[in-house]
Design a protein around this ligand. Structure first.
Ligand code: NAD
Length: 393
């Protein structure tokens, strides 16, 4: 067995009703909290009141920054950091999906350091220091795994670039994963975030930095997604399916924090940098069918294992045949969750395919894909993903 290093400092409080512990969790790290969320909407208004009440009951003074947008931008982070400083916040609570969680992480950096969060991206010399405000998370989607990662994804609209802070100081101190909170997510959000869980587990499973530890979690996450994501999409009140997806999301997050993501996430990041209206999971869904067909020969046993999880009728086949059919197995999942899509459906101009391909090779994720692509190969993959999905790639 290959040796590995595994690190995970986040305390996880998992289960229905665990939201009730938010006041106690936050007050361990600070007494002046910046609450970071998207603007109020009907499904969340009671939640916001409840969280603020729980914080106040634990002696925590709250300022509420409710300016987060999906794929949060650098100006959103700056506005949040300004309020954090005005409030003299000593802890940041991110409440919501990946956009709110990542905004909270980036605000925790910008509010405590000179310059902006964008100055502290993963590849820069300047990195967050111990001054970073402690981060507590309450997640409301089952998708990004951000509740247990050291990553904050943010978008710079001026540069049309989506990139990430990546630093151990961004691991949340405490994360509350309460599946009750995901119940209100509509089917389209459930499907696109749930497919992100699939992609995290799958990509960490085929990643060279994967280990026996992350494989164990990735395979369990894939089994849970295969069994429960269609149920959660069909019936948002199916609490058993919601709980399984919340656990799969957390497992897949633990995987990416220690292994990583590969080519599809590189393309997905580029896509939402250039076209911020595209939901992260939807971007992944558009490229997965072609990517599976393009890659399976480079990691046959891994693609075969995943194909058999998605489609148990492939069990009797040998690795080569099961792996060859892994694309069909993903097609079936995407159709079942009504996420079968293409770049054209996402409104991406066909003339910009090459530009998107170039942007897909900016982040290093593609270098960890089992088959390392050239620019022309990404163009080919994106052309295949443009309209009808391919039979072979
Ligand atoms: P999101 O946070 O953007 O939420 C999508 C939409 O669903 C929003 O309109 C939100 O208000 C709504 N929503 C969220 N929870 C809801 C609920 N319970 N009920 C009703 N509506 C709800 O979506 P996301 O997929 O969770 O996050 C996407 C962001 O996370 C992207 O910026 C992506 O790049 C990033 N990301 C981060 C990591 C990481 O490790 N930090 C990993 C993957 C993706």
């Amino acid at each position: 067995m290959k040796g590995f290093h595994y690190f995970q400092p986040t305390e996880i409080d998992f289960g229905c009703g665990r939201l009730n512990g938010v006041g106690a969790a936050v007050s361990r790290w600070g007494k002046r909290c910046l609450l970071v969320t998207v603007p109020e909407f009907p499904e969340f208004s009671v939640l916001y009141i409840k969280v603020k009440d729980l914080l106040k009951a634990s002696g925590v003074a709250v300022a509420h920054f409710d300016g987060v947008i999906p794929n949060p931008t650098t100006d959103v982070i700056t506005a949040g950091a300004r309020l954090a400083k005005e409030h003299r916040a000593d802890v940041v609570l991110g409440l919501g999906g990946g956009s709110s969680m990542d905004a909270a992480k980036a605000i925790a950096v910008e509010a405590s350091h000179p310059g902006t969060a964008w100055d502290y991206l993963f590849f820069r010399e300047k990195q967050p220091t111990a001054a970073t405000l402690p981060i507590v998370i309450v997640t409301t989607t089952s998708g990004t795994g951000s509740q247990v990662t050291q990553v904050a994804v943010i978008t710079n609209p001026a540069e049309k670039n989506k990139s990430a802070l990546y630093n151990s100081l961004l691991y949340p101190r405490t994360s509350i994963v309460d599946p009750e909170l995901v119940r209100t997510a509509p089917p389209s959000v459930t499907a696109s975030t749930g497919f992100d869980v699939f992609a995290h587990a799958f990509e960490s499973y085929i990643h060279p930095a994967g280990s026996a530890y992350t494989d164990l979690m990735a395979l369990e996450a894939l089994r849970l997604v295969s069994r429960c994501l269609p149920k959660a999409v069909a019936d948002g009140d199916d609490l058993e399916a919601r709980t399984s997806m919340a656990w799969a999301d957390t497992l897949a997050g633990l995987c990416i924090a220690n292994s990583g993501v590969t080519l599809p996430h590189g393309i997905g990041m580029a896509m939402s940098g250039l076209y911020p209206h595209v939901a992260h999971g939807r971007a992944l869904a558009a490229v997965y069918p072609a990517m599976m067909r393009f890659t399976w020969q480079a990691a046959e046993n891994r693609f075969a294992a995943v194909a058999r999880i998605l489609d148990p009728t492939l069990q009797p086949l040998d690795d080569r045949e099961a792996a060859r059919r892994s694309g069909e197995a993903v097609d079936r999942l995407l159709k079942e969750i009504h996420l079968w899509t293409s770049l054209a459906d996402l409104g991406i101009p066909e003339a910009e395919v090459r530009r998107l391909a170039e942007a897909s090779l900016v982040l290093p994720d593609y270098k960890n894909h089992p088959k390392v692509v050239t620019l022309d190969e990404v163009v080919h993959l994106l052309n295949l993903s443009y309209r009808a999905q391919p039979e072979e790639a």
